[in-house]
Design a protein around this ligand. Structure first.
Ligand code: SF4
Length: 210
């Protein structure tokens, strides 16, 4: 188990590097946030923001997605990975929200995870961003950073990483920790060529690449 001082040091140093880390997906309406998070699976936020600019401008509400042809939805999102599957999920998610929740995105973890294309990570990000409910969403960056720094084990699943982080850090740190770890992983401790030589966490890192 990682020492308390070490876990504090990790968050302190990452906070110094990314004090204003926040969500990078663009959205205005509640359903747009959910859609943007869903579309961001296995692609970059930058790529999602590029396509949602036109998508959100042409599709104003849930009905618009529910009544659109798959091929039309595909044409809007075809520059991102898994677009065929995502277009299918987008339409089916809109139909379900319309039929079961009267067009309003539901607010509980269980209801969210029941929607097509929405898993635990998407629901966690949505609840944290929209409702400010403490959650740690574990994506590839959070997972990699946690493993390299010894906060989790290499064989841990995203859910196991999430549970370990929730045990180590206080609840009021969860949302901000999620943003900071994502930024640290996205821009500094990258999957390939992490900046280990300049890293303030080098002395405690379990997997430095130098
Ligand atoms: S030393 Fe390298 S691998 Fe370790 S946390 Fe820093 S950047 Fe990441």
């Amino acid at each position: 188990m990682i020492k308390k001082e070490e876990s504090k040091f990790i968050l302190k140093e990452i906070t110094k590097m990314f004090p204003y880390a926040t969500i990078e997906l663009h959205f205005q309406q509640k359903h747009e946030l959910l859609i943007a998070i869903m579309l961001s699976a296995q692609t970059t936020d930058k790529a999602v923001n590029k396509i949602t600019k036109k998508l959100f401008s042409d599709f104003k509400n849930i009905e618009d997605y529910a009544t659109a042809e798959f091929s039309v939805l595909e044409s809007y999102i075809k520059t991102i990975g898994l677009y065929r599957n995502k277009a299918k999920n987008l339409k089916n998610l809109a139909i379900k929200i319309l039929e079961k929740y009267d067009g309003e995105v539901p607010d509980t973890q269980k209801e969210l995870e029941d929607l097509p294309g929405v898993g635990r990570k998407t629901a966690n990000v949505f609840l944290a961003e929209y409702h400010e409910i403490p959650r740690i969403a574990v994506d590839t960056h959070v997972s990699r950073v946690s493993i390299r720094l010894g906060l989790a084990k290499i064989k841990d699943s995203p859910v196991q990483v999430e549970k370990k982080l929730m045990k180590i850090y206080d609840k009021d740190q969860w949302i901000t920790l999620h943003h900071k770890f994502i930024h640290f992983g996205r821009y500094f401790c990258k999957a390939r060529n992490p900046k280990c030589k300049e890293c303030p966490l080098l002395k405690i890192c379990k997997m430095p690449m130098i």
